[in-house]
Design a protein around this ligand. Structure first.
Ligand code: GAP
Length: 509
């Protein structure tokens, strides 16, 4: 097991132990790739949603919110291409009987070559010290060059085979790369087949009269079919955007890595409608904006990178992923896609309804182009908790686990802790709690030694602990302890709210 696997297991266990995430239907042994959010997870998730919603809808005059149904007319998915093209190439290992996504097997193989490059760079950086020029090293080191070429050849061949639907060649590539099944270790593979990822169900009572409907695999289509409703009732001119947060469902075959790849998940998507011809400019704009949003949370810049798509989705003319370094490596966190007029033109064709925008400045009607930003809420959650998890050895030799969650997103903002459960301290604590609960989500705790209570709050990422002691009864002051530094300072009771507010307020980017 490598260090990343070990840390990841600890994070999963921590999320369960401290009420962030539970396996779904756990008493029935769970349901694969479906999870429930616990009391702290729900708060963190709501805070992420609010941070995204404010930065999109509240801070942009020209972006409006929407909340559309999960069920949509089945023709929506025919028009969008999901019925015919929302497939994953699958391959089975004959010995373990396990099924894999062929693209993920190849992606993992490429990630291992990238890992070799990174190790080579790290070794050289150590050897050369301050004089090390990473870019120059990558351009000139023969082993790095050879490995980069290998990656390029693999990616090119894979994309070409997928685009030409040459599934035999994808199998051949897996065999040539000697990719082994992670479970059986064998290279005994079946043919590659395409598999549609949409869940379907039946709507209506009589089985013969019922219609087959799909659980939406993305929230975007609800925005497309409503764009003229919003544009007209909101009296918007191009460019303008529509944002939505909601559930999406995909019958993922290789559902693994905890909440990274789920069958039921949430997306935060924004479709930005622009004049045809301006989409590349807006694509660049949203790429930068979304990166700025992530960095404004204070997460380290080196944990993010941009991956340009080689194989574009059926609807896009340009696309990037914002990747994050999860404990199992760099993976997609968010996508920014230039979707052209693909979706609106297709809905116009399939519905027979005009979906053109009348431009009052040019006196012309046309179908707008769309730039989309799409982030998985659960993946954002995983990025935050995996970056936040820290095991620390303290000066006194004790240890703590602390969740270094950005304070604005922390589930509980303030814990109110009387030092002892006597001498009127609990009563004073309750009085402070009752005043603060209107400003922030607070917790009151008076059981156990104060050190153990601090540890429990550290473990859920509470940024501030207020301690009530005997001095509080004399001069109406408390100590406020900061989670990361563990520094304490004394402040008047009537200043707690403003001090905490000023420290947890981050304006979304
Ligand atoms: N509307 C465009 C779209 O859906 P996507 O790249 O398929 O694009 C967008 O998905 C985002 O949704 C991804 O970047 C990821 O964060 C999230 N996502 C996709 N599939 C997911 C899954 N099975 N589990 C959790 N999140 C997922």
């Amino acid at each position: 097991m490598n260090k990343g696997d070990d840390t990841f297991k600890k994070i999963i266990a921590h999320c369960k132990e401290y009420g962030f995430i539970f396996p779904s239907s756990e008493i029935y042994d769970g349901l694969s790739a479906v999870y429930d959010y616990g009391q702290n997870g729900t708060e963190l998730k709501n805070n992420i949603k609010e941070y995204w919603w404010k930065s999109m809808v509240q801070y942009h005059e020209n972006i409006l919110g929407l909340d559309t149904a999960i069920f949509m007319h089945p023709t929506v998915w025919k028009a969008s291409g999901h019925v015919d093209a929302f497939n994953d190439p699958l391959i089975d290992n004959k010995d373990s009987k396990k099924r894999y996504r062929a693209d993920v097997l190849i992606e993992d193989h490429v990630a291992r070559i990238e890992e070799k490059i990174n190790k080579e760079v790290a070794k050289a950086a150590k050897r050369f010290g301050e004089t090390f020029d990473e870019e120059m090293f990558k351009k000139t080191n023969p082993r790095v060059i050879a490995n980069r070429e290998k990656i390029e050849v693999i990616n090119k061949r894979f994309v070409a085979s997928l685009e030409a639907e040459q599934l035999d060649d994808i199998r051949a590539l897996i065999e040539e790369l000697e990719i082994a099944c992670p479970v059986s270790g064998s290279k005994n593979w079946t043919d590659v087949r395409q598999f549609n990822l949409m869940f379907s169900t039946r709507m209506g009572s009589a089985s013969d009269g019922a219609t087959e409907v799909y659980l939406r695999p993305e929230t975007a289509q609800g925005i497309f079919v409503n764009y003229l409703n919003v544009q007209k009732t909101g009296r918007k001119k191009l460019p303008f955007g529509i944002a939505q947060i909601g559930k999406a469902f995909r019958n993922e075959i290789v559902a693994r890595q905890f909440i990274f790849r789920m069958r039921e998940f949430e997306q935060m998507e924004m479709q930005f409608f622009v004049q045809p011809g301006q989409e590349k400019e807006w694509f660049e704009y949203w790429k930068q904006e979304r990166m700025r949003w992530h960095l404004a949370l204070g997460m380290p810049a080196e944990m993010f990178r941009i991956h340009e798509h080689e194989k574009l989705a059926h609807y896009a003319n340009a696309a990037i992923d914002i990747e994050f370094e999860f404990p199992f490596g760099f993976r997609e966190l968010e996508g920014v896609h230039s979707r052209t007029d693909f979706d609106l033109a297709a809905h116009q064709k399939f519905s027979g309804k005009k979906l053109q925008y009348f431009d009052p400045e040019t006196n012309e009607s046309y179908i707008p182009y769309v730039v989309e930003t799409s982030i998985g809420l659960d993946r954002m959650f995983l990025a935050i908790v995996s970056n936040a998890y820290r095991e620390e050895k303290l000066e006194d030799g004790s240890e703590r686990v602390v969740m270094n969650i950005p304070p604005a997103l922390a589930p509980v903002k303030v814990a109110v802790l009387p030092l002892m459960k006597k001498d009127g301290l609990p009563e004073k604590g309750r009085e402070i709690f009752d005043a603060l609960k209107y400003d922030f989500l607070c917790q009151y705790e008076d059981k156990d030694a104060i050190g153990r209570r601090y540890r429990r709050q550290d473990a859920i990422g509470t940024p501030y602990c207020i301690t009530i002691d005997h001095q509080t009864l004399q001069d109406n002051t408390v100590t406020i302890r900061e989670r990361d530094s563990m520094q304490q300072e004394r402040i008047p009771v009537d200043k707690i709210s403003s001090v905490v507010s000023s420290r947890i307020d981050i304006r979304p980017a």
